[in-house]
Design a protein around this ligand. Sequence first.
Ligand code: NDP
Length: 328
Amino acid sequence: MSIRIGILGYGNLGRGVECAVKQNPDMELAAVFTRRNPEDVKILTESASVCSISEVESWKDKIDVLILCGGSATDLPEQTPVYAKLFNVVDSFDTHARIPEHFANVDASAKEGGKVGIISVGWDPGMFSLTRMYANAILPQGNDYTFWGKGVSQGHSDAIRRVEGVKDAKQYTVPVEAALKAVRNGENPELTTRQKHTRECYVVLEECADAKKVEEEIKNMPNYFADYDTTVHFISEEELKKNHSGIPHGGFVLRSGKTGWNEEHNHLIEYSLKLDSNPEFTASVIVAYARAAYRLASEGAKGCKTVFDIAPAYLSAKSGEELRAHML
Ligand code: NDP
């Protein structure tokens, strides 16, 4: 029998999960739940239902894993603990500083309901976190580097849209080539915020807006842009739509380390991602972890887990026998 998946929240990530489920023959999408009027939410899977979030409890025995696709700022801190009592759940909570608190809340709920909850799954947190952990365990003497991009930062794009005179905007985070090169050369550089990333903004102005003033305001915005070298390009609405409507992202995790009695040998571990669609890739990671949640629950596991707690073979649709024969 296939693993029956539910999706709660149907935005970019929700749609990405739907596409990822389609690529995994051991899974099927049972239902999508939304806070909006279900009639307004059009999904792609003909065999699945679209339901109001108020109906989710009646699906308790018809869904094996519920994937929570709401936003990290306000949806997931509330939703994941609530639904972890009723379902095995996976979320992509990405507010790094609040992960310990979120873990404790989900752990208490999942243990109360006898379910498994896997939180903060995706690429960062997620695959990047795993890479950092493996690299640190293997090379305890060394330095860590994470570069993001080139990719769209939703938060920074939103911040620009709030500037007076801006009609629409997209912001790309771009790693500084020279910094990446220095790390790859084993120079172990100490890098400031400004030396690691630049910020590129594509802005559509309101009619009669003062371009100079808008540019100054963006470049001097504390926390978002003031600590970076920022470039602002003013473009037309058509150009923004044509050239900047995607959600690409990616980045690099590197650890340079030393081994040998006198630490005379250098090593470099590098993991890189170049993603055409951030939500579709994130969703693909989540769906692999949904398989792990299902298997762990079948074995009687309970409580909250992160990517650190899941043995790699739990992610694969292949059996242990197949993995040993073809992938070792
Ligand atoms: P969206 O803004 O597209 O969707 C969030 C929620 O908004 C949806 O679940 C949906 O819930 C609601 N929504 C309300 N109105 C609409 C509408 N008109 N169209 C679409 N959705 C609507 O966010 P994303 O899906 O892009 O991202 C979700 C989260 O994923 C992010 O907050 C981020 O934290 C996380 N993420 C994590 C990553 C990682 O590596 N760990 C990487 C990328 C993202 P409803 O259906 O109930 O209305």
